[in-house]
Design a protein around this ligand. Structure first.
Ligand code: BF8
Length: 644
């Protein structure tokens, strides 16, 4: 039973009109959502929230009393430092594994495409294929792209194993950064190796020093950022096309009551990209018309949505907290999912609205969903079968229950590094000059999830607005891109919302002040851009006026991302409290100690107004150090914490 709430409470849940309208419907019609389940979990376990509980072995579960009165050690003798560090390291490994396994799936498809063993895939970006092949020492010359892809794919698989001392793509960082990693002993070697070693080290009785555990956790995250995720992005571009600026739309208004609607949800584009082409099949279009629909409408959710919006301009229905609400429009005939960030709860909501939830990866089945096993060897065939299934479900819709809550908003996507450089005339120089002059004071990646503990989209939108108002360029990925798109930050007209200097730069280039760089694995585009800027200035990434922020993060993947961003030299502010406060030593290491080791630290600030001040002060400090015109950081005043 969903708790009845007052309509005025809606303002506490989300800043998005479409989300609030659907939540109201959920309350009226007694449909359970993520917010109800959070409420039922409260109060959540305090020991777990502090990170000072352990269920790694069967002598436990154990906990440490933060007030010093109860137990201060687990049964094995682990203190709070070890418990918190082990838990955090495992969180990072889980996130890094998720990204890297996604990367491996793309890599296998890429390799088999080169070998001529897939259906529905091609090499779309031959230039990028050749550039990447050269990085891996694969001969290009006059060779056929498929042959190059087969050899390159085989070679890249070595990055997952143990036969390298350093990941190939880590060569993209400046020498100074490689030296930092070498000195700290955190140069990433094999992707699988670092993840397996984390699980080994955190088994009871192996690594019992919190600093040593956390250094390896940094290395594990680097195997994600400069390994698994980067491989996913590079090869997705080669297979499906490197994104170029493209116009699109966002919010639940992109769902069309007159068409068969298929929501594509998850992360891996290897299925959804085939679906885009399958849905254009004339026979299937005709079938949709025979069923009484005007056509087939694809909409994105979460990062699969970002992948499709970046490359194909497919409209975006919403981010993480919108997945159940999208079904509640009553107009989704199918929700097609691959993996990651798909709440098991969608199956129950779907039953109330006759939406078919179709799972597709054998490693990601849901009880109560229809499973159609996807295999790239028969990609197009399976793609057509899935689209047909959605069309056949159209007749089960209940038209009186359809509720589309808002009109869609325009937004731009498609800012790959290649596209940004092209807009700048092929070189980072104009961007560097704008930073030097202070027209752009710095750049910040605002990334990551939604979390029902934070007002939906508020953290992303408020933080981004404050940064652009202060002439700081913002690049976004993941659920942050959706939030900012819906808020109107991502059209060239959005330049009016920026400070005068940034606004002028954006207007002259015809770009928004907030650039969509893709899905969460595409945070590696931000790493590549940062490395290119550092190279151009012949300095280290940690010297640049850059920062990262994840104002509403929830997932293990986000922890891995934040960690590899810091380990790459970029200061990062988190908006949700991580489970580390059970160990003051771990907190001190992450918030301060890492400065000496990797030249960057974490800050944690749930209030986006205050997070913006922390970031502005950081950027001004970096500008001062580089001898660029700066505002005195201490003159940037910190607002009082919000009462909410
Ligand atoms: O990978 S931002 S909620 S959808 S984890 Fe998930 Fe977080 Fe959204 Fe994309 Ni990323």
């Amino acid at each position: 039973m969903v708790q009845k709430r007052d309509e005025k409470d809606l303002e506490e849940y989300s800043i998005s009109k479409d989300a609030k309208r659907m939540l109201k419907r959920a309350w009226i019609e007694d449909v359970e959502t993520v917010w109800d389940r959070l409420e039922r979990q409260e109060p959540q376990c305090g020991y777990c929230a502090l990170g000072s509980s352990c269920r790694i072995c069967a002598m436990g579960p154990c906990r440490i009393d933060p007030f010093g009165e109860g137990p201060q050690k687990g049964v094995c003798g682990a203190n709070a430092d070890v418990m918190v560090a082990r838990n955090l390291a495992r969180t990072i490994a889980a996130g890094a594994s998720a990204h890297s396994d996604h990367g491996r799936d793309i890599l296998e498809t890429f390799y088999h495409t080169g070998a001529g063993e897939t259906e529905g895939y091609d090499i779309s970006d031959v230039d990028k294929l050749e550039r990447l092949a050269q990085e891996y020492g694969i001969e290009t010359g006059d060779r056929n792209p498929d042959e190059i892809a087969e050899d390159l794919g085989w070679e890249m698989m070595e990055d997952f194993g143990t036969r390298r001392e350093q990941l190939t793509l880590a060569n993209r960082v400046p020498e100074s950064r490689l030296k930092v990693w070498e000195d700290a002993g955190i140069t990433p070697r094999g992707i699988d190796r670092e993840n397996v070693e984390t699980l080994h080290r955190t088994h009871m009785g192996v690594d019992n020093h919190y600093v040593n555990i956390l250094l390896h956790a940094l290395r594990t995250s680097l195997s994600d950022g400069w390994g698994g995720s980067m491989i996913a992005t590079e090869l997705s571009d080669i297979l499906f096309g490197t994104p170029k600026p493209t116009e699109s739309k966002a919010n639940l208004g992109v769902i069309d009551p007159d068409q068969v609607n298929i929501a594509l949800h998850g992360h891996n584009p290897m299925l959804s990209d085939v679906i885009v082409r399958a849905s254009q099949d004339e026979e299937l279009q005709k079938l949709a018309e025979e069923k009484g629909a005007e056509g087939i409408n694809l909409v994105g959710l979460c990062c699969t949505g970002n992948e499709l919006q970046m490359r194909r301009g497919i409209p975006m229905a919403g981010n993480h907290l919108m997945q159940e609400l999208a079904i509640m429009t009553g107009a989704l005939d199918a929700m097609l999912v691959d993996y990651q960030c798909i709440m098991p709860g969608v199956v129950d909501v779907a039953k109330c609205f006759n939406t078919e939830v179709i799972t597709t990866f054998d490693k990601a089945k849901f009880h109560g969903a229809t499973h159609i096993s996807f295999d790239p060897e028969r990609g197009m065939q399976i793609g057509r079968k899935i689209v047909r299934k959605a069309i056949e479900n159209y007749e089960n819709r209940v038209p009186e229950r359809i509720l589309i809550p808002d009109d869609p908003v325009d937004m731009m996507a498609g800012f790959s590094v290649e596209a940004i450089l092209e807009a700048l005339g092929g070189t980072p120089e104009p961007l560097v000059e704008a930073i030097k002059d202070g027209k752009i004071r710095g750049a910040v990646g605002v990334v990551g999830c939604n979390n029902p503990k934070i007002k939906h989209d508020y953290g992303h939108v408020k933080l981004t607005r404050r940064l652009i108002e202060n002439d700081i360029l913002v690049v976004v990925t993941g659920c942050s891109a959706v939030a900012n798109g819906k808020a109107g930050h991502m059209t060239p007209e959005g330049a009016k919302l920026a400070g005068p200097a940034l606004g002028e730069v954006c207007e002259s280039l015809g770009i928004p002040p907030v650039l969509h760089m893709g899905s969460c694995v595409d945070n590696t585009r931000i790493l590549n851009l940062a490395a290119a800027l550092a190279d151009f200035l012949e300095t280290d990434i940690s010297d640049l006026p850059l920062a990262g922020a994840a104002p509403e993060w929830y997932s293990e993947k986000a922890v891995s991302i934040g960690t590899y961003v810091v380990a790459s030299g970029i200061y990062t502010v988190l908006g949700t409290y991580p489970a580390i406060y059970g160990s003051p030593n771990v907190v001190e290491l992450l918030a301060d100690g890492l400065e000496k080791t990797v030249g960057a630290t974490f800050d944690i600030e749930p209030d986006p107004e205050r997070a913006a001040v922390l970031i502005r002060r950081h950027i001004e400090k970096k500008r001062e150090k580089l001898g660029l015109p700066f505002n005195r950081p201490e003159n940037i005043s910190m607002p009082e914490p919000e009462s909410t």
